[in-house]
Write a protein that binds this ligand. Structure first.
Ligand SMILES: C[S@@+](CC[C@H](N)C(=O)[O-])C[C@H]1O[C@@H](n2cnc3c(N)ncnc32)[C@H](O)[C@@H]1O
Ligand code: SF4
Length: 398
């Protein structure tokens, strides 16, 4: 373990003592094809995946994590990817059983699985529900066949909407993702697309502005001048239009890219943003574990085959396990919490950091209309501050 030389965070910010939620993230790292914009830890393999072997490895890493943080109750589980909807339902059931072997799972636990919206995958939805999954998150991405092709997606708009319909029929909760700010997309086109999408939504949608991630095919096209995302002004208009339409539809933003009816928020993702405790299982998964008053940042080996080999040898795939300093913990608390419309409890920040936020900096950001205090006394970024979130955080964290 590194970090022995660091000053240790004196205050537990998550974990059972804080009475907070505990989540388990499971990473399934395989996809049928790689989308040209995506830099998630996802891999295409020609050979058949030995799912029974993966179940054994997930179970081993779950058991070794549970041995380190006993006594938690699981409030959320999230199968992310990659494409977890390529897993057989019995694989998902076995992983949920392994989690239940490590910690009790709360009766009302939220159990989400990310799915690609193809007909083949939708056929497995009932099997996932029988396995214990109660929420799916579908990567619809666009309601426009040409845009879907440009994004390298293998499904059509019709197929995606059919998968949404199956999700609605099978699960208590579902969400879907769209990517906006796509090359050449005008605010008028996006408004039309979003207005067509929202009647299909349940209590939650995720709307991401396209990010050009380094070392992706989109980054190469962008560098060659062959892919033009919207300029800053258009991106701002796209963001504002999104807020307006979703708000009018009863799905206000509760996070910079996530929209929900009150009560429909994704409880698992709230664990990250509220800086509670979560275990990261599977290749390239990150965790935050509260052990004996220390906040541990964990990360596992990214490459699927290497992760498997490590787990089979050592019982876990950890490649990093650092104790965060109070300053690092406080920065993370700020970074994650200010993404939320509910903002942060500044008293909690002071407890973690051992000092309050700089009053002069707060005053300046307030003067510029970038932050405000809520009726509940929390500090949050304003609507007009959200597009500048990164610089607001950099200012406060410095
Ligand atoms: C783990 S990914 C994918 C889930 C699933 N495999 C799929 O593609 O449908 C989660 C979401 O991140 C979003 N995403 C991925 N790369 C992105 C990028 N470069 N810019 C904006 N959104 C992105 C997509 O909306 C995607 O659905
Ligand atoms: S967007 Fe989804 S399907 Fe496409 S490569 Fe990334 S994880 Fe795989």
């Amino acid at each position: 373990m590194s970090g022995a030389d660091k000053s240790i965070s004196a205050v537990r910010i998550g974990g059972p003592d804080a009475g907070s939620a505990f989540g388990v993230y499971i990473h399934w790292p395989f996809c049928l094809s790689k989308c040209p914009y995506c830099d998630f830890n996802s891999h295409v393999r020609r050979e058949q995946i030995d799912e029974a072997r993966w179940v054994r490895a997930f179970s081993a890493e779950i058991a070794s994590t549970a041995a380190r943080i006993a006594g938690r109750v699981v409030s959320t589980i999230f199968f992310g990817g990659g494409t977890p909807s390529l897993m057989q339902p019995k694989t998902v059931a076995a992983v949920i059983d392994a989690i239940a072997g490590g910690w009790p799972i709360a009766a009302d636990a939220e159990i989400t699985l990310e799915a690609n919206p193809t007909s083949v995958e939708a056929e497995r939805f009932r099997g996932y529900r029988a396995a214990g999954v109660n929420r799916v998150s579908l990567g619809v991405q666009a309601l426009d066949d040409r845009a879907l092709a440009a994004l390298g997606r293998t499904h059509s708009t019709r197929e995606a909407l059919d998968a949404v319909e199956v999700a609605r029929a099978v699960f208590d909760h579902y969400s879907f993702d769209l990517i906006y700010g796509r090359p050449e997309q005008t605010p008028e086109q996006w408004s039309r697309e979003l207005r067509a999408a929202l009647p299909e939504a349940g209590e939650h949608v995720s709307l991401y502005q396209l990010t050009i991630e380094p070392e992706t095919p989109f980054a190469a096209l962008h560098a060659a001048g062959k892919l033009r995302p919207p300029d800053e002004d258009t991106a701002r208009i796209l963001y504002d239009v999104t807020q307006e339409i979703c708000g009018a539809h009863g799905l206000p933003a509760y996070e910079i890219s996530n929209y929900a009816r009150p009560g429909g928020e994704c409880r698992h993702n709230l664990i990250y943003w509220r800086a509670h405790e979560y275990a990261g299982i599977g290749p390239g998964a990150h965790g935050r574990l509260d052990i004996a008053g220390d906040r541990h940042a964990t990360a596992t080996e990214k490459r699927p085959e290497n992760w498997l080999a490590r787990v089979e040898r050592d019982g876990h795939g950890l490649v990093a396990d650092e104790v965060l300093t109070s300053a690092e913990t406080a920065d993370e608390f700020l970074l994650m919490g200010l993404r939320l419309a509910e903002g942060i409890d500044t008293k909690r920040y002071t407890e973690i950091a051992g000092r309050p936020l700089e009053p002069d900096r707060i005053a300046l950001l307030r003067e510029h209309g970038l932050i405000e205090t809520t009726a509940a006394g929390r500090m949050r970024v304003t609507q007009s501050g959200f597009p500048l979130l990164d610089s607001v955080i950099a200012d406060l964290a410095a």
